[in-house]
Design a protein around this ligand. Structure first.
Ligand SMILES: Cc1cc2nc3c(=O)[nH]c(=O)nc-3n(C[C@H](O)[C@H](O)[C@H](O)COP(=O)(O)OP(=O)(O)OC[C@H]3O[C@@H](n4cnc5c(N)ncnc54)[C@H](O)[C@@H]3O)c2cc1C
Length: 264
């Protein structure tokens, strides 16, 4: 069981950062994941009073506050209109609405969980993260870093630029609300393809491909899926995951190109 002696609802990010410099303090999101752990902390730091629970849309970008819930991603009209409904698709299988009303974007991205649908989706959109201390960096770089206990920074928001890309998402689960067996997100901008695959079962990673005149979508999908490693666990074998990643990547590419999706 997760335990903490003290709870502080901070009034500024500066206050949160100062508190989090101590190893005995921990910033929390919705606490949905934390409550499943055996971690014991002196102080938990709550960011919910800082107005970071919204999704802002401007002419150039979407800015998603760290305390925004997964349910907000799922139901946000602007995000889903711009990105072809992928935020609904990548969240709708995560446990249930009540849980998605609590789990936050900050906790989901910071945690860099191998099974994360959210990380898989955001990676293919070439999103950026804003950290309080370090500033803005690409999600791809952030996601590649190990999750270290001594990293005391705070994830403030996720930024997705409106660069005109189209995107599609798919996951496969052994049962409706289980962790994914594989999660794939593909986006396309002209000749550029961005393919992220998560739940391999390792953490989502991104492959970037540039299409030439002789490429076919099956060949590109095979190249993208071949860029990752796959492992075996109780949900499925590495070989099966590789097959699924290639199949879903091809289908998503075909969907984005407006071709019929041929089932295998
Ligand atoms: C039973 C169960 C099933 C799940 N299934 C899925 C699934 O199928 N797909 C999927 O994508 N996800 C799944 N999740 C994960 C879930 O979607 C969230 O990602 C997870 O709960 C973390 O979000 P949270 O708000 O609860 O974070 P918390 O539990 O509060 O925090 C998680 C970690 O992030 C840190 N943190 C939180 N916010 C910040 C911040 N702003 N800055 C710095 N660090 C921060 C905390 O210190 C902690 O280390 C599942 C979770 C559970 C419990």
């Amino acid at each position: 069981m997760f335990r903490a002696d003290d709870y502080v609802k901070v009034e500024s990010l500066g206050e949160a950062y100062e508190l989090c410099k101590k190893r005995s303090s921990l910033v929390i999101g919705g606490m949905v994941w934390m409550k499943m752990t055996n971690v014991t902390k002196r102080t938990i730091v709550d960011l919910s009073g800082l107005g970071l629970d919204g999704i802002e849309e401007t002419k150039d970008a979407f800015s998603i506050g760290c305390m925004c819930t997964l349910r907000q991603l799922e139901t946000h009209e602007g995000l889903n209109r711009y990105f072809g409904g992928i935020f609904k698709e990548c969240t709708r299988h995560i446990v249930g609405v009540q849980m998605r009303n609590c789990a936050t974007v900050g906790g989901s991205v910071w945690g860099r969980f191998g099974f994360s649908d959210i990380l898989t989706c955001l990676l293919a959109l070439d999103a950026q993260v804003e950290l309080y201390h370090e500033g803005i960096l690409s999600l791809e770089e952030f996601a590649a870093r190990p999750v270290r206990r001594d990293d005391r920074d705070i994830l403030v928001r996720v930024i997705i630029r409106k660069d005109g890309r189209r995107a599609a998402y798919a996951s496969q689960r052994n049962s409706q609300t289980d962790f994914p067996l594989i999660a794939c997100c593909v986006s396309n901008l002209g000749r550029h393809w961005f393919v992220s695959v998560g739940a391999r079962p390792g953490r989502a990673r991104l492959a970037r491909l540039v299409e030439d005149d002789f490429d076919t979508l099956p060949r590109l999908a095979a190249e993208a899926a071949g860029a990752f490693s796959y492992g075996t666990n109780m949900r499925g074998s590495g070989e099966y995951r590789h097959f699924l990643a290639e199949t879903y990547t091809r289908r998503l590419m075909e969907q984005l190109r407006g071709r019929s999706v041929k089932r295998q």
